[in-house]
Design a protein around this ligand. Structure first.
Ligand code: FAD
Length: 258
């Protein structure tokens, strides 16, 4: 077990990621080890590596080991809503880096916000658009996220009542300087979140919210899983997207933007 006391030491210990298991909040890794489903060769523990800071500003810089609870305190919507996962105990322990790696609830919010991921691994340090990073996150150590603050945002989820499951669907919308951005998650367990350019183009062309929201089915490939069928997700998603966009319209109206 390696417990580095600085980011530099963590990067050195991680190397190219081969043969090493990162342990951050441990909400996913620890149960796997406890139940014998994972037998790590070498474990890199991040708790003392100084990767849990959050710098507030026009761009929020969030350390990879910051907790979802800490993030929810300072993040703008839709990220704060995504960070407020229903399970309080998990929220206080789960980290941003672990969430990004496992396809957690933060992903659609980060995509809608145009966030970037700073990571280490083979080839050295890299900064990637979050969409590129989550498409192939393996072999990278998440150091921090750079999250530009939007003008406004909203996050909506459909979940089963029991909080210990992934969501049936998540929708994040953000008004940024160049227009409204929309992203969707929960299309299947651990499936990466995706942007919704068809919806964004329809909105930019002046389509009413409900009409633009219908276009979401052109941007996604939902799957069947234990929580919902692909058919159901295709039917429910335009409704959820429309509701999130209506929430954004309400915020715009309240703040005099439209
Ligand atoms: C009861 C329960 C409820 C949950 N509810 C939700 C929920 O509502 N929404 C949700 O999104 N998630 C939920 N989760 C899943 C999980 O807790 C979160 O996604 C959490 O953010 C994972 O972070 P962690 O630090 O605990 O990850 P860990 O368990 O430490 O690691 C998870 C994975 O990510 C890797 N990893 C961790 N940090 C890094 C890093 N910095 N760089 C590279 N790899 C890294 C690990 O090697 C491992 O593969 C829940 C989990 C439980 C047990």
């Amino acid at each position: 077990m390696v417990v580095p006391s600085s980011a530099t030491a963590a990067i050195a210990a991680f190397g190219d990621g081969a043969g090493i298991t990162v342990l951050a909040g441990g909400t996913v890794v620890t149960p796997l080890v406890t139940h014998g489903a994972l037998w790590p060769h070498r474990v890199l523990v991040l708790r003392a590596a100084g990767l849990d800071g959050i710098e507030d500003g026009a761009t929020l810089v969030v350390g990879g080991a910051a907790t979802l609870a800490a993030l929810a305190e300072v993040a703008p919507e839709p990220l704060a809503g995504a960070a407020r996962i229903p399970d309080y105990e998990i929220r206080g322990q789960a980290t941003v880096g672990g969430n990004v790696m496992i396809g957690g609830d933060l992903q659609p919010a980060l995509v809608a916000l145009g966030a970037r991921v700073r990571s280490a691994g083979a080839g050295g340090l890299r900064v990637d658009p979050v969409e590129d990073f989550i498409a192939a996150p393996w072999g990278r150590l998440v150091l921090s996220l750079e999250v530009p603050r939007p003008q406004a945002g909203a996050f909506l989820q459909q979940r089963r009542r029991h909080s210990h499951t992934h969501p049936v669907l998540s929708v994040a919308v953000a008004r940024r300087a160049d227009g409204v951005h929309v992203a969707v998650g929960g299309l299947a367990e651990r499936a990466p979140a995706v942007a919704c350019p068809s919806v964004e183009r329809a909105l930019a062309a002046g389509a009413p919210v409900r009409e633009a929201a219908e276009r979401v089915v052109e941007d996604v490939q939902p799957q069947d899983d234990s929580l919902a069928s692909a058919w159901y997700r295709r039917r429910a998603l335009p409704v959820l997207v429309a509701r999130a966009l209506e929430r954004l319209e309400q915020l715009d109206a309240a703040e005099g933007r439209r």
